[in-house]
Design a protein around this ligand. Structure first.
Ligand code: GAP
Length: 457
């Protein structure tokens, strides 16, 4: 973890938010390379989920939504975590996470059951604050994850009647735009709506870097269908999402399915894809795939008074569509790809740190490195940069030794480095170095663009 977080800060991937003011817990900013990596992952998801399909359309709904949305969905009053506080150092923990450390699975367990387990650990003198070691911990109590705002409110106060929520999940916007999508795009069932956007949760967090944050991006797809199709489509989507991870270089033995035994009352099936994090010491949830029944549209129809039915012209049947969702956190994917690709190799006497990212996800595709700062080399090197940057994210770097520049590019996962040397002036060719093998080949400048188009896709 220390190695990844320090690389992220040192090389401009991820910074703690508001650091000069002491920071904000579980909120992070993405620097230049982090933003490029995150955008590439987002685009890879969008390509698979929307661009390559004829049954999924896109959406970008607002973060702020009518407050009744979250009453109808059950979040107001029901979206809670069990919180335990250390009375000595004021650290805050999730009760189910404390129990997980003792091998007790208390996910979604009621408060009295959680406190039963905690009391037993207390009696056995095993219950201690993970931060300061104190045994003076409170019993578990309910803590709402909803983040409130006064947007549009005539008062400064966050009164229940004037409060507006920052969405805790992006799918709420999809349910509310189901009707507009049907009416404007004339979609027939089954079809999906996908969106990427920010979500906010007042998480009780352990130190897990960008795994669990209070502000995060979700990539969600809600697939609307007739209930008779649920089983078939659920299996199809499970296979589709599994294949996506393999396509982008996640090793098959590093992911597995986790089946939820305790389901929400409206759900018929829920599986998570879990990834085995080196940094977090085990399998953790990456993506959820849920069969949600017709709960969401039924609730919004009930609370809004607007019919959210679907009329099947072929069968004459009128019904509220059922929903199958895929839901993944974008920051969590950034973390997973960093965790998987971070590699240390011994080269000569040195340790080489390299991010072996899929080339499509790498923040920078090509680095142009003239061997000398002299105009003789910098002028042709900049010409190459000017040509290639029209199609790829390309970086120009003429500072420090060539060895140091290679290491810098390895650390951010750049698949190719182009060295412009004095021979270039006579043979009109450059040396291209491959990040993973470190093999070098000589390529004519006139062939470079096509060479990279082929290599990078
Ligand atoms: N609409 C369903 C839903 O939101 P969830 O299991 O609460 O389900 C889905 O969240 C995914 O969103 C998770 O698998 C995870 O990748 C991501 N996620 C949830 N909470 C997060 C947080 N606090 N920080 C980062 N990612 C989070």
């Amino acid at each position: 973890m220390e190695k990844i977080t320090s690389l992220c800060k040192r090389r401009g991937f991820v910074y703690p938010s508001s650091e000069i003011y002491g920071g904000m817990q579980a909120i992070y900013d993405y620097g230049h390379y982090g933003t490029l990596l995150k955008n590439n992952i987002r685009d890879a998801w969008w390509k698979a989920m929307v661009q390559l399909r004829d049954d999924v359309v896109g959406l970008d709904s607002a973060i702020f939504m009518h407050p009744t949305t979250w009453v109808a969905s059950g979040h107001v009053g029901g979206f809670n975590d069990p919180q335990v506080d250390c009375k000595k150092c004021k650290s805050r923990f999730r009760a189910d996470h404390i129990l997980e450390e003792f091998g007790i699975n208390a996910d979604k367990a009621p408060l009295d059951e959680l406190n039963g387990y905690l009391d037993k650990l207390r009696e056995e003198k095993k219950l201690k604050c993970a931060n300061c070691g104190s045994t003076d911990l409170t019993p578990a109590k309910i803590f709402s994850l909803m983040v409130k705002s006064n947007i549009g409110s005539p008062t400064d106060e966050l009164k229940e009647e004037s409060v507006v929520y920052l969405r805790p999940e992006t799918c709420g916007g999809i349910y509310l735009e189901y009707k507009n999508t049907i009416d404007s795009l004339h979609r027939k069932l089954p079809f999906g709506i996908a969106q990427v956007g920010k979500a906010f949760r007042n998480e009780i967090v352990a130190r897990q870097f960008i795994f669990r944050t209070r502000e995060f991006e979700q990539m969600e797809m809600q697939y609307f269908l007739h209930p008779d199709m649920m089983k078939e489509k659920y299996e199809e989507w499970k296979a589709t999402r599994w294949a996506w991870y393999l396509e982008y270089g996640i090793e098959e033995n590093k992911i597995h399915w986790y089946k939820h035994e305790k389901l929400a009352h409206y759900a018929s099936e829920a599986y998570d894809i879990e990834y085995n994090f080196k940094t977090l010491g085990g399998f953790k949830e990456i993506e959820g795939i849920h069969a949600r029944g017709n709960w969401d549209l039924s609730q919004h129809s009930k609370f809004s008074g607007v019919e959210l039915n679907y009329f099947d012209e072929k069968t004459g049947e009128k019904f509220i569509p059922h929903i199958m969702e895929t839901s993944v956190g974008l920051g969590r994917l950034v973390f997973m790809f960093l965790d998987q690709s971070y590699t240390e190799e011994i080269v000569g006497e040195e340790t080489r740190v390299v991010l072996k990212l899929d080339k499509r996800l790498a923040p920078v595709k090509v680095a142009i490195l003239p061997l000398s700062k002299k105009e003789e080399l910098s002028v042709p090197a900049k010409e190459i940069w000017n040509t290639l940057k029209q199609n790829f994210i390309v970086e120009y770097d003429e500072t420090q030794s060539i060895g140091k520049r290679y290491r810098r590019q390895d650390e951010i996962g750049t698949p190719y480095c182009v060295t412009v040397d004095f021979e270039t002036l006579s043979d009109q060719a450059v040396t291209v170095r491959d990040r993973d093998t470190m093999a070098q080949e000589r390529i004519k400048i006139s062939e470079l663009e096509n060479y990279f188009k082929e290599k990078l896709g």
